[in-house]
Write a protein that binds this ligand. Structure first.
Ligand SMILES: *[C@@H]1O[C@H](CO)[C@@H](O)[C@H](O)[C@H]1NC(C)=O
Ligand SMILES: *[C@@H]1O[C@H](CO)[C@@H](O)[C@H](O)[C@H]1NC(C)=O
Length: 295
């Protein structure tokens, strides 16, 4: 009897350990490095979760050790609760450098208590950052972790929130629309964006509510084509050996397209493509039939 009880507990122990290993969530240190605000970055749960926080002394950021030339990049994120106007939490791919960088951005723009947090995306090419889109959430992004994902292949770049496409940037190089084509790293950070992020910079950070804490998970194997940073282009990463380069990833399917249209109809609150004051002639990548956003 005693033996079988002991055996049962051994069995339980094996189950628990096996579960941990099978979980596949390799620790933060395997793929990422904290890059700034070292004392404002707290690994948790054996590196499966990273908290980065901002107070009036510093924010913090981390990035992948490797560079990539295509892939599906995701992060599970829970953004700061409470009065977070002016606080920007970001998850993005970037070539790094100023003025000529390519970058694919998720930027969570904090807000005053009770006012909506906004998700801004941007596609920056050669330093040109004039492609902002902003949407509202259909859930509370401060309450739970949600999955934020960027697909990048030779045909399109798609931003997803929990598998719902919220932005598509097609490769229109044929009509001379720039398309990111240099190796990028994965980056995440929390910083003071009070000069622009909330109400065009009018809402400042209320430091009484600091620290502002953002949580990240999903540091497991990165689904990306790794490339040496010195490569000038990413052509070799467009090979069909990679899943995300397969034809079904070249465009949204009908279900995805429908979900995307719904987001544009119901949740979009800014689109540079329809900002005629700023761009009397919409940039060439903007669809002619762009949905008009009610102001
Ligand atoms: C990342 O951290 C590791 C371990 O601390 C270090 O060896 C490596 O040089 C760092 N890499 C970069 C790109 O900073
Ligand atoms: C569209 O793609 C999604 C995600 O891969 C998939 O779950 C869904 O079944 C596809 N729908 C159609 C109609 O092919």
């Amino acid at each position: 009897m005693a033996f079988s009880v002991k055996g049962f507990f051994m069995f339980l122990l094996l189950l628990v350990c096996g579960g941990m290993l099978a979980n596949g969530d390799i620790g933060f240190d395997t793929n990422y490095n904290v890059t700034w605000g070292f004392d404002h970055a707290l690994p948790m749960d054996e590196g499966r979760q990273m908290q980065i926080y901002m107070d009036k002394y510093s924010g913090a950021g981390f990035k992948s050790m490797k560079w990539f030339g295509s892939g599906i990049f995701h992060m599970r994120i829970k953004i700061p609760v409470r009065d977070s106007g002016g606080v920007v939490t970001a998850f993005y791919l970037t070539t790094e450098g100023d003025h000529t960088q390519d970058e694919l951005d998720f930027e969570f723009l904090g807000n005053r208590e009770g006012k909506p947090i906004i998700l801004q995306t941007n596609v920056i090419t050669n330093g040109d950052a004039n492609r902002e889109q902003r949407i509202l959430f259909w859930f509370d992004p401060t309450a739970d972790f949600h999955d934020y994902k960027i697909l990048w292949n030779h045909h399109q770049i798609v931003f997803y929130v929990d598998d719902t496409p919220i932005r598509v940037y097609k490769n229109n190089e044929k009509i001379r629309v720039p398309y990111p084509s240099r190796p990028m790293i994965i980056d995440a950070s929390i910083w003071d964006g009070s000069n622009w992020a909330t109400d065009g910079g009018q809402t400042k950070i209320d430091w009484n509510h600091a620290p502002f804490r953002a949580y990240f998970q999903g540091f497991d194997t990165i689904s990306g084509c790794t490339l040496d940073n010195s490569k000038r282009d990413v052509t070799e990463c467009y090979a069909s050996t990679y899943l995300w380069n397969h034809q079904e990833y070249w465009q949204l399917n009908s279900t995805q397209q429908e979900a995307y249209e719904k987001v544009k109809r119901e949740y979009m609150n800014y689109d540079y493509c329809t900002d005629l004051q700023r761009f009397p002639t919409p940039p060439p990548e903007c669809p002619l039939s762009a949905v008009v956003i009610p102001s």
